[in-house]
Design a protein around this ligand. Structure first.
Ligand code: PMP
Length: 399
């Protein structure tokens, strides 16, 4: 008898479980389209030139590692504010944005969730159906009751916008609404600017609390283009949360670089909110790690280096788009009858392929092509060497 006798085995993380199965697969042609990671055309995880250069500079003058302030590196937080809201924007200039360096985008969401639990403990959280699989667990673990608003319409291959708007319209005042700012994970379908305006209208009328998850800024149409939705929320006069992740956009997954920004009514309110965010951080992990934040700050704070980053980010973005077209063309060439052109209408890293669970399992077990059971495939893991095999495998599964 031990104090852990009654502890049950937790369910395996679906994506990590897939990775283990992939690693054990002896098929020489195997392709992993399960994880949300960008690989270059050689199937390698890129180390960006801008990151390499910033790190080389740091190595020339190695520094001692004291504790960072609770809210992280000031230059980093300022760079995040600039990226998310615009350096010369009214919210930044008036000092009404509270930003903290977080441990990845996940950390930004969790610090925000912990803070919200104090502000409005009885609020419900609404996430999209479907959503990034950690949203539900994260907000549930922060103590919230989590429900979903309609989002994906399988028949239409797009957003069930009427359903979404109706669900938001009938939510109680104070409900926290988690919205994917761009590159919706897992479906790849984003709202149009006009639909965003309508969502903002309902959010404002119903006094909902928007929490924008921006894990892919720059992976959709561009840094400014993907960030435009933030400007819309600002223009509507709303207070809201934005979590940022640099995991993908800087290819710094393991450095855990992210942030949380909260737009407040004024500077005084931002100072009070920041003080509470710091409590959430202090009681969880005290203060963030240095390296990743220092690298991102060094790149974003230097115009020449930032230009290199923007070029490298554009290359990643364009390569994904090219792969979407190759996938559609390749599937057609491999004999797939149904129209798969919707893949090029999706945006970001993922494609909701429309394949059923059974088809995904066959694809995995018989052909070594790994996607999630929901039909999600990571387009950013396709390359000129594996694309033909993937197209042929999907064609066989669909025939
Ligand atoms: N939100 C979404 C929508 C994501 O897809 C991810 C991870 N890919 C995250 C948040 C978490 O990002 P991070 O890995 O930086 O914690």
């Amino acid at each position: 008898m031990s104090i852990f006798t009654a502890v049950e085995m937790a369910p395996r993380d679906p994506i990590l479980g897939l990775n283990e199965q992939y690693a054990a697969d002896t098929n020489p042609n195997k392709v992993n389209l399960g994880v949300g990671v960008y690989y270059d055309d050689n199937g390698k995880l890129p180390l960006l030139e801008c990151v390499k250069a910033a790190e080389a500079d740091m190595m020339k003058a190695p520094s001692a590692r004291g504790y960072l302030p609770i809210d992280g590196i000031a230059a980093y937080d300022n760079a995040v504010k600039g990226l998310v809201f615009g350096a010369d924007s009214e919210p930044v200039k008036s000092g009404r944005v509270a930003t903290i360096q977080a441990i990845g985008g996940t950390g930004g969401l969790k610090v925000g969730a912990d803070f919200l639990k104090k502000v409005n403990p009885d609020a419900k959280v609404l996430i999209s159906d479907p959503s990034w699989e950690n949203h539900r667990a994260l907000f549930t673990n922060a103590g919230f009751n989590v429900e979903a608003y309609p989002y994906y319409d399988a028949e239409k291959r797009g957003v069930n916008f009427d359903g979404m708007l109706e669900a938001l319209g009938s939510a109680a005042s104070g409900t926290i609404v988690v919205l994917h700012a761009c590159c919706h994970n897992p479906t790849g379908y984003d709202l149009t600017p006009d639909q965003w305006d309508q969502v903002i209208g309902v959010v404002r009328a119903k006094h909902l609390v928007p929490f924008l998850d921006m894990a892919y800024q720059g992976f959709g149409y561009g840094i400014a283009e993907d960030g435009a939705v933030i400007g819309k929320f600002v223009a509507a006069g709303l207070s809201f949360f934005v979590s940022t992740s640099f995991s993908k956009s800087f290819s710094l997954y393991g450095e855990r670089v992210g942030a949380l920004s909260v737009l407040c009514a004024d500077k005084d309110e931002a100072a009070r909110v920041l003080s509470q965010l710091k409590i959430a951080i202090r009681t969880n992990y005290s203060n963030p790690p240095i390296h990743g934040g220092a690298v991102v700050a060094a790149v974003l704070g230097d115009p020449a280096r930032r230009a290199v980053w923007e070029k490298e980010l554009a290359e990643m973005r364009e390569r994904i788009k090219a792969m979407r077209h190759k996938l559609v063309d390749g599937l057609k060439a491999a004999g797939v009858q149904r129209d798969m052109s919707f893949i090029t209408q999706q945006i970001g890293m993922f494609s909701y392929s429309g394949l059923t669970k059974d088809q995904m399992v066959t694809l995995r077990n018989e052909y070594g092509v790994y996607g999630t059971d929901t039909g999600r495939m990571c387009v950013a893991a396709l390359n000129s060497k594996n694309i033909d095999y993937v197209c042929q495998s999907i064609a066989k599964v669909l025939s």
